[in-house]
Design a protein around this ligand. Structure first.
Ligand code: SAH
Length: 270
């Protein structure tokens, strides 16, 4: 009981910083940052939060999520006001799940720590907003990283999403350690969907080096190597289309109404 009474004086907030620009940080997330005595997170995310007298930053490597989460819980149990920061939304392929995993496996007393999750604008919503309305119909999000799951799971989910005609958002499409996965995923997509299907490569959305490209699926396969870790890829569904604007990048949108069964549009093609 002593232990949980002590723990209750600390707190833990898992904060989404949004894609990059401060305008896309929610006022609630900003208030939670302001209230924190300790910030825990991957170095580049912590760099986005201005230093403040008396506030401690605990920077960590990107691949030690559970250790970072455990460290944050320990600090909160000691009575600190801890904020764990993530890019985008903390619940989307990010720190919130790691904190709950560490909580589940950790000391029973930690369950008395008040934990709050402050949502942020996730990359797919920021990218979609820039492009038009590609997520107007049913869509899904898949992380292409096979660091935390076998590649067979990624391809099984991709196949299912392609067959069901979802718009597909690909997070973690490529990295130096995972150079071929995006090409393989787009090749798979090309076996299910028309070559002219719109594909969006949205890089560093909301940051000064933002870059958006709209390609046809047939071109995107060959362009896979031009994506990087800061890129979100959106593969259109059969209904996704472009509105041409001359020299300007076309709008990409997916109408909300669907009349054809996915089994007629995608499975029939394989
Ligand atoms: N929690 C984050 C996602 C973390 S996974 C979120 O909600 O956005 C990291 C992946 O997110 C990157 O590899 C990239 O695919 C995508 N991503 C994150 N920020 C991005 C941005 N500003 N522009 C485009 N993609 C981004």
């Amino acid at each position: 009981m002593q232990e949980s009474a002590g723990a209750a004086t600390g707190s833990l907030t898992i904060i989404g910083l949004g894609p990059g620009t401060p305008e896309w940080l929610t006022p609630a997330a900003q208030a939670a940052l302001d209230a924190a005595s300790d910030l825990v997170g991957y170095g580049p995310y912590l760099d986005r939060v201005p230093a403040r007298e008396g506030r401690v930053k605990h920077a960590t490597d990107n691949r030690v999520e559970i250790e970072r989460a455990t460290h944050a819980l320990r600090l909160a149990a000691e009575g600190r006001q801890v904020a764990v920061v993530s890019g985008g939304d903390p619940g989307v392929f990010a720190m919130a799940a790691a904190v709950f995993e560490a909580l589940e496996a950790g000391e029973p007393g930690w369950r008395a720590i008040p934990i709050t999750v402050e949502p942020g604008i996730t990359a797919m919503l920021a990218a979609a907003a820039r492009a038009g309305a590609p997520l107007g119909g049913d869509f899904c999000a898949i992380s292409l990283s096979d660091n935390l799951k076998p590649w067979e799971v990624v391809t099984a989910r991709l196949e299912a999403a392609l067959a069901a005609d979802f718009v597909i958002c690909l997070y973690n499409p490529i990295s130096k350690a995972r150079p071929w996965q995006l090409g393989a995923a787009l090749e798979l997509a090309a076996r299910h969907r028309e070559g002219r299907t719109p594909v969006l490569f949205a890089r560093a959305v909301g940051r000064p080096d933002e870059n958006l490209r709209v390609l046809a699926l047939s071109e995107a396969v060959a362009a896979a190597g031009t994506a990087d870790m800061a890129t979100l890829v959106i593969i259109g569904a059969s209904g996704t289309r472009l509105i041409a604007r001359g020299k300007e990048r076309p709008y990409v949108y997916t109408p909300r109404s669907v009349t054809k069964s996915p089994w007629a549009t995608s499975q029939g093609r394989t």
